[in-house]
Design a protein around this ligand. Structure first.
Ligand SMILES: Cc1ncc(COP(=O)(O)O)c(C=O)c1O
Length: 423
């Protein structure tokens, strides 16, 4: 890719961008009466403009139809989550029956661990990446305890080599193979929230299966960011949240994937609730739980319609833009950001995210040995929205659905000016 550090070049890139029209479909936070540079879609995606209307629609249905809304609303609430499935299935490479929307990420992780972490005899260990998102660490440690094991012996953490910040795929695969006699599950993030490293889900899943274990992933930072092929890669299960790249809004209902090789396996046990029961018998109020086929068989409670309204509106945009096209733009946008950041010799930081586009999504993690918080504050003071994660990392994530090359260039110019203000 050929890049130039000029506004003219960034403008040319934006003009050529076939997805540029989608940016207008989102509200922008403002800073000192100007549009903020929002590179924080990896934490909370922006609000699609269509959301207000979509909420008004559901409020109207509730007002006018009340209980009848479950059957007679424009998007009947009984099946509201179904409306999100086609786009989610496409972006995750899943069958329609392999995905669903419910609860929130950590709750779903617990639910799926209940089914897919079934320690038996010597096979009771879970392999995960060291430095996984804390909620995942807590979920896994408490699940292990629930089964009467000690986290210190049942959890195998894989860390980067001494002096390195990223995991090497060969090390992950080797660690899985080396623990084949005790492993029950490999449970990793898809993209590590701190480093931005995208793991090789296909190779990890194959290695887990070869070792007689199952493979599950937390895709919070992947879904809506990098296209996946979960079914073909034979991933056993996955969870994600909807408020990052999917723009589902704060606390939006999360998503799950359950490979239909598992959901069709009657021996796999699960926790039951009436929303996981087939609709045809759900309201007969029978004693026996008859799980629905597919991922929906893990549903427990009444669909949280209002927690899915924004997600639904956002997925309509994804449907039009297409995840593959978005990813193509994302590769360029992030590479342009990287190209410009490398020119900032006066700021002492290291980009710890892999430079290989196959090993990352939209996010670049900038590691500052010192003054990271002060620099983050300076960015905020200049109308840049990015987030800071301990220790020392500022995460910068241009989202291809609503960010532009010009914004990346403006971000670079602001950081360039930090030198001027210091001297
Ligand atoms: C990688 C990752 N896992 C898990 C979570 C927790 O998600 P939730 O609060 O929806 O359970 C987050 C939240 O940001 C996350 O980034």
């Amino acid at each position: 890719m050929h890049f130039e550090d000029s506004l003219a070049f960034a403008t040319k890139m934006d003009r050529k961008d076939p997805l540029k029209k989608y940016a207008r479909l989102f509200h922008r936070p403002r800073f000192k009466r100007q549009r903020a540079i929002y590179f924080c879609g990896n934490s909370l995606g922006l609000q699609p403009r269509a959301v207000s209307k979509a909420f008004r629609q559901e409020l109207k249905e509730w007002k006018n139809l009340a209980i009848e809304g479950y059957w007679n609303a424009k998007h009947p609430w009984l099946f509201y989550h179904d409306t999100c499935k086609p786009v989610l299935a496409k972006m995750t490479g899943a069958g329609l029956d392999e995905v669903t929307v419910m609860n929130a990420l950590t709750v779903n992780l617990h639910l799926l661990l209940t089914s897919f972490y079934r320690p038996t005899g010597d096979h009771y260990k879970i392999l995960m990446e060291a430095g996984a998102f804390p909620s995942d660490q807590y979920a896994i440690a408490t699940q292990v305890k629930l089964h009467g094991h000690k986290p210190s012996s049942a959890i195998i953490e894989i860390a980067p080599r001494k002096g390195e910040k990223l995991l090497r795929t060969e090390d992950i695969l080797h660690k899985i193979a080396a623990n084949k006699n005790s492993l029950a599950l490999v449970m990793m993030g898809g993209i590590n929230y701190y480093t931005g490293q995208l793991y090789d889900l296909k190779a990890i899943t194959a290695a887990a299966h070869k070792a007689g274990a199952l493979a599950g992933f937390d895709l919070a930072h992947v879904t809506g960011n990098v296209p996946l092929r979960l079914h073909d890669w034979k991933v056993d299960f996955a969870v994600w949240c909807s408020y990052k790249y999917l723009n589902g809004g704060p606390g939006a209902a999360g998503g799950i994937f359950v490979n239909n090789a598992n959901s069709n396996n009657a021996r796999i046990s699960r926790l039951g609730g009436w929303w996981g029961n087939d609709e045809s018998t759900r309201f007969q109020m029978e004693k026996t739980f008859r799980p629905k086929t597919g991922a929906d068989g893990w549903q427990l409670s009444t669909t949280q319609v209002f927690n899915m309204v924004a997600l639904r509106a956002s997925l309509e945009i994804f449907k039009k833009a297409g995840i593959k096209k978005l990813h193509r733009k994302s590769i360029q946008l992030t590479a342009y950001l990287e190209f410009l950041l490398q020119k900032l010799k006066h700021l002492d930081f290291e980009i710890i995210t892999p430079s290989d586009p196959e090993q990352r999504g939209a996010q670049l993690s900038l590691y500052f040995k010192k003054d990271a918080k002060a620099i983050h504050q300076q960015m905020i003071d200049n109308g840049i929205v990015v987030d800071y994660r301990e220790p020392g990392v500022i995460r910068v994530a241009p989202a291809p659905l609503y960010n532009s090359f010009r914004e990346v260039f403006r971000f670079f110019q602001i950081l360039e000016s930090f030198k001027l203000s210091e001297s």
